[in-house]
Design a protein around this ligand. Structure first.
Ligand SMILES: Cc1cc2nc3c(=O)[nH]c(=O)nc-3n(C[C@H](O)[C@H](O)[C@H](O)COP(=O)(O)OP(=O)(O)OC[C@H]3O[C@@H](n4cnc5c(N)ncnc54)[C@H](O)[C@@H]3O)c2cc1C
Ligand code: SF4
Ligand code: SF4
Length: 421
């Protein structure tokens, strides 16, 4: 019999939680967001707290493609990638931001522009946790140095919606940067919190193939010769494109480095949380602006970085154009084909998700629900026989190895920088 999802604890224990933190924001006295080293950022619900009403704001249980009422979307992209008005390619004009950024620093440049030249107060996003740098925390950045310090993708659990209260309390509107599931959660929360809605300047989603758990990060630090117990500076990429995973010591010296391909491909991605294997939105369909890597071409040695930037709403396009006019983005409109060519894995994954969900459903494990987010077409056209078989057999195997039919109580990590203490 399939697991019935009626509470937030059901979502977390059935491995459907994406770790966005929205439930923690909506029920701060009854839900604590914690780090579970082997799954991700997870909600722990106090006894007796009714959470059924929070499911409507939870992206873990499912998503339906946003109906913005707009027209003019790029038709050839709409079916697979959701609403997109314009595709751009470019980078932060500021060389320091471009170099530090994950791809071309576009997300950071948009955030900087919002409070340096526009009317925003700051940017709610993610940074390394001050006391345990191999974990993440949600922060409100209002200065350039803070934005620069928090550049770069962090391939580890992060729940930016858990501190939406910082936007509630801010003296002006704020920008929100997060993964697609974080932005989808915010879109749901805004519907029930009009005061919060009025204070969101705009949203930026970074493309996301999946979040590895903290155990993946600890394995990476170990391979790089670092000691997580001592203050460890950790970057997963950036400082060049795509940049390297680096561990630095307390005085900034580099202890170890590994290429992006190896750190993501060999160490981190095997530790992705289960929810990411059945994710239908890897590019931020709910955002005003989405940013990813333009992998459609070979990266030349020394390339400081470029971003593929999607304007998904008229507001997003206005923000990008204004940032370009004000000299924050060096960016130009580009052809639509560059998106699928840049992210062929994400397109194929849409088809694989259809197969994985069919398998988990058949085997009685919990699955998310999607509306107007098609997968079957990509299952037919993007996957060969081997990939289709892999989606079925790989998932059937994971139902057992990841124990998807069983409940997994959240195991909070309450320690400090030394995970062995
Ligand atoms: C888990 C994960 C998976 C990814 N998968 C893909 C992919 O499949 N394809 C692809 O093209 N790119 C992927 N990326 C990289 C990212 O989408 C691109 O590099 C994007 O172009 C952003 O680059 P930027 O230079 O504009 O960002 P920057 O200017 O460097 O800014 C990055 C912003 O992202 C925020 N951030 C960092 N880590 C997280 C996190 N874990 N959760 C929420 N917010 C975070 C930071 O706070 C910062 O504001 C992934 C990133 C992550 C964290
Ligand atoms: S996906 Fe977000 S809202 Fe849903 S249970 Fe997880 S943290 Fe809470
Ligand atoms: S793959 Fe999807 S569910 Fe997983 S972290 Fe990324 S956006 Fe969220």
């Amino acid at each position: 019999m399939r697991t019935k999802i009626t509470t937030i604890t059901d979502v977390a224990e059935s491995q459907l939680c994406a770790g966005c933190g929205a439930c923690g924001y909506l029920e701060p006295d009854g839900i604590e967001m914690v780090d579970d080293l082997y799954s991700g950022r997870r909600p722990v619900v106090s006894p007796g707290v009714d959470t059924a009403h929070l499911l409507e704001s939870c992206p873990g249980v499912g998503l339906s493609r946003p109906d913005t009422g707009e027209s003019g979307y790029i038709e050839e992209l709409y079916h697979a990638w959701g609403p997109i008005l314009t595709v751009y390619e470019g980078a932060a004009s500021d060389e320091a931001v471009r170099f530090a950024g994950s791809s071309g620093g576009a997300a950071t440049a948009l955030g900087l522009h919002s409070f340096e030249r526009d009317h925003a107060h700051g940017v709610l996003h993610i940074g390394a946790r001050a006391d345990v740098p191999w974990l993440n925390e949600t922060v409100l950045s209002t200065r350039r140095d803070e934005m620069l310090e928090r550049t770069g993708s962090r391939y580890a659990p992060a729940s930016p919606c858990d501190r939406l209260d910082l936007i509630d309390e801010a003296p002006g509107p704020c920008v929100f940067i997060g993964k697609p599931c974080d932005v989808a959660a915010l879109a749901k929360v805004r519907k029930r919190r009009p005061e919060l809605d009025a204070k969101i300047a705009f949203t930026v989603a970074i493309f996301c193939a999946g979040t590895p758990n903290a155990a993946g990060t600890l394995a990476l630090i170990e391979e790089l010769g670092g000691d997580p117990a001592k203050p460890v500076g950790l970057r997963y990429r950036g400082n060049g494109w795509p940049g390297e995973a680096t561990v630095t010591g307390s005085d900034g010296e580099i202890i170890g480095a590994m290429s992006y391909d190896e750190s993501w491909g060999r160490v981190l991605q095997a530790n992705r949380q289960w929810r990411c294997y059945v994710c239908m939105d890897h590019t931020g369909e709910y955002a005003d602006i989405s940013v990813g890597d333009p992998w459609y071409r070979e990266i030349e040695e020394g390339d400081p970085g470029q971003s593929l930037v999607l304007a998904r709403t008229p507001l997003g396009r206005k923000v990008i154009e204004q940032a370009r006019r004000d000299g924050y983005l060096d960016i130009a409109e580009t052809e639509a084909w560059k998106l699928p060519k840049s992210q062929p894995n994400l397109l194929a994954d849409r088809g694989a998700v259809w197969g994985r969900m069919a398998t988990t459903r058949l085997m009685g494990a919990a699955t998310p629900r999607y509306e107007n987010m098609p997968g079957f077409r990509y299952w037919i056209h993007e996957l060969g026989f081997k990939a289709k078989a892999q989606a079925f057999y790989g998932t059937a195997r994971r139902v057992f190895t990841k124990k998807l039919r069983k409940r997994h109580p959240v195991n909070p990590y309450r320690g400090g920088a030394d995970p062995k203490a």
